[in-house]
Design a protein around this ligand. Sequence first.
Ligand SMILES: Cc1cc2nc3c(=O)[nH]c(=O)nc-3n(C[C@H](O)[C@H](O)[C@H](O)COP(=O)(O)OP(=O)(O)OC[C@H]3O[C@@H](n4cnc5c(N)ncnc54)[C@H](O)[C@@H]3O)c2cc1C
Length: 501
Amino acid sequence: MEKIYDVAVIGMGPVGAVLTALLGTYQLDVITIEKDPNVFPLPRAAHIDHTGLRTIQEIGCLDKVLDKVIRNTRLDLLNANLELLARIPASQRSVSGLPTSVYFYQPDFDRILRDAATRFPSVTVRTNVCMTAIAQHLGQDLVTLNVVNESGADETIKARWVVGCDGARSPTRELCGITLSSLNFDEQWLVIDLKVDVEKYQLPADHVIEICDPKRPYLTTPISKDRQRFEFMLLDGEDHATMLKKETIVELLAKWIPDQAYTIDRAAVYTFHGVVADEWRKDRVLIAGDAAHQTPPFLGQGMCAGIRDAANLAWKLDRVIREKSSDAILDTYQSERAPHAIKVIEAAIRIGKVICELDSERAAQRDRLLRASDKGSQASLLFSLPLLEEGPLVRKGGGNLFVQPRLDGQYLDDIVGSRFLIVVKSEAALGRSAAWWQSEMDAYIAMAPQLQSPELERWFKQNPCEVVVVRPDRYVLGTADSLDTLTDEVKGLLTGKTVTA
Ligand SMILES: Cc1cc2nc3c(=O)[nH]c(=O)nc-3n(C[C@H](O)[C@H](O)[C@H](O)COP(=O)(O)OP(=O)(O)OC[C@H]3O[C@@H](n4cnc5c(N)ncnc54)[C@H](O)[C@@H]3O)c2cc1C
């Protein structure tokens, strides 16, 4: 009999690789297919925040990733004369106990993620395999994929669930007839990656600078110790071919590297979009990452948002596949992730609009306000990750990422594993539902006083409550004075049946 996988993941960019590895931690039977034989040889993403790093920690390759990164210190906005207009620090402590954000070289990073995903015995990874069609057989709880396999032959793959992590042009999204809505930002930018002596040319080695020059806005970001990226906005009427000419690139970079002592790894024109898919689930097919949303890269959040999709989806798929929850739980994937992704995209567009001002008078006014630390102008630059909005699995006090203290030198997430965490201030707050959380939900229950963590004590001071329930994706489900209150609110959806504790 032909094998039926629990999940087929289409695409092994960073989001597909992370999702595969997360599903592997749950020991699900997963097949991941990728049309290209090897990881994409050039970087796109260069920046990852602590939320992404925390998921990387969960799939067991944090040390390997951190080994090769540059810690981000800040984002500076400069005027055309390279004078500082505003500074957004990034060196503060993150709630995850990890660096707030770092720069990395994506081909190395992707290889680490692929290795992490491939090591799970229940995971099958097949590269050089291209998905060409999807058919849902709802009566049989089955999806079939037509693929062109490694030998160029047609083949069928069967799975209970399919997740399309197949990028901005997502064939999965197209084949399912899912439309995209625009958030009204479509600008063309020339992206140039260089191999260069970063120190010699005093390029920003540990931060991004965005140059708000109304004649041509541009930015530069580190990628690795000897690699730097420049991005220049295209102006009206400029065509790709001219912009990609060597002499154009030399001229654009002359202010920074006048002697042309660099190797161009890649130069390409991208349209920076703000778009979001109207549906993230069609019956047994879901989409994640760039397939579901795309952002202009001014905050370096596109891939980070995709990794957050994977973290949100993995534990829910696990519950559904093991028949612990009904598939209604999967509807919370879009209802939680889409508003969050949209808020992040809107913040990137807001910053993009500040940088992309081409009217010289309005740009001069912006510069004056920013230099005078005008509160309104500064506020348009502020960015902090939004909370998940309140919903069936995000209750009162929930929606934020929980703290991750180290306990006896070990990260809290590593102690808990990929499951629910309940922290109570006293045994009384456990009420009648603790046994249910332990037996049905395999939750990790901890008494705050016994953990002796100043960070947890601080958290409880800032979030007055007796109990906090943290989901496997590390987001707070909710807080309450008694665990029973939260249990009554979420038990029905978590188990697929409404039963009293
Ligand atoms: C210039 C630029 C800078 C950026 N900087 C950042 C940054 O600093 N930080 C950040 O977080 N994000 C950044 N981004 C965004 C980031 O690159 C994307 O969000 C991220 O790559 C999306 O990952 P993904 O896995 O969803 O899609 P992709 O990386 O596009 O992967 C999709 C995979 O699916 C495969 N595939 C497609 N079709 C099929 C098929 N039919 N069958 C099998 N496989 C298929 C493809 O080969 C590919 O490997 C940047 C983007 C750009 C363009």
